[in-house]
Design a protein around this ligand. Sequence first.
Ligand SMILES: O=C(CO)[C@@H](O)[C@H](O)[C@H](O)[C@H](O)COP(=O)(O)O
Ligand SMILES: [Zn+2]
Length: 195
Amino acid sequence: MLIERIKQHFRDSASTKLAALEELATPIAAAVDTVFAALANGGKVLICGNGGSAADAQHFAAELVGRFEQERPALPAIALTTDSSILTAIGNDYSFAKIFARQVSGLGRPGDILIAISTSGNSENILTAIESAHEQDMLVIALTGKGGGRIKEVLFDTDLHLCAPSERTARIQEVHSLAIHCLCDGIDAMLLGDK
Ligand SMILES: O=C(CO)[C@@H](O)[C@H](O)[C@H](O)[C@H](O)COP(=O)(O)O
Ligand SMILES: [Zn+2]
């Protein structure tokens, strides 16, 4: 029984990713162009998410500041999920809804990119981070699922929305992880040529 459950997870994950291939290849390519242009103009990438998506934010930042598969210069990216003093100070003194928004206000500059990750599309602290990014004239790349939730409503036309075609958090996170690796690979390909 356990073996069958595990096999079903693999099947579900594979079929969700195949469905995502059709829907997300074009917006992921647009996201690569957007991030590359921002970096080429001296901008940086700020990334936020909760729970598993906080881990994804850190994973992505690590591959930009460190490296993905190829040797290249360090790229400027910050996961907004890591500084416990900042997170507790903002959470305690303001509210949990502001933990990312206030960091975006402090660190974000026009031309920077906010990568906002939320499987439900409804997390308040991600919605306020997007609002804050818009106030700083930053573009937003949202990674969501479940139809995009409230995030879909607050994005500008100039923003990008990568919505994983699933209602299930785990499957959405698996698509996000794949999308993040595609973004890393695309940025490397643009920087270094298609190796
Ligand atoms: O990783 C998981 C579930 O797979 C959880 O930690 C999950 O990320 C948390 O419940 C988050 O708080 C969900 O937030 P969101 O994706 O809806 O914005
Ligand atoms: Zn998880």
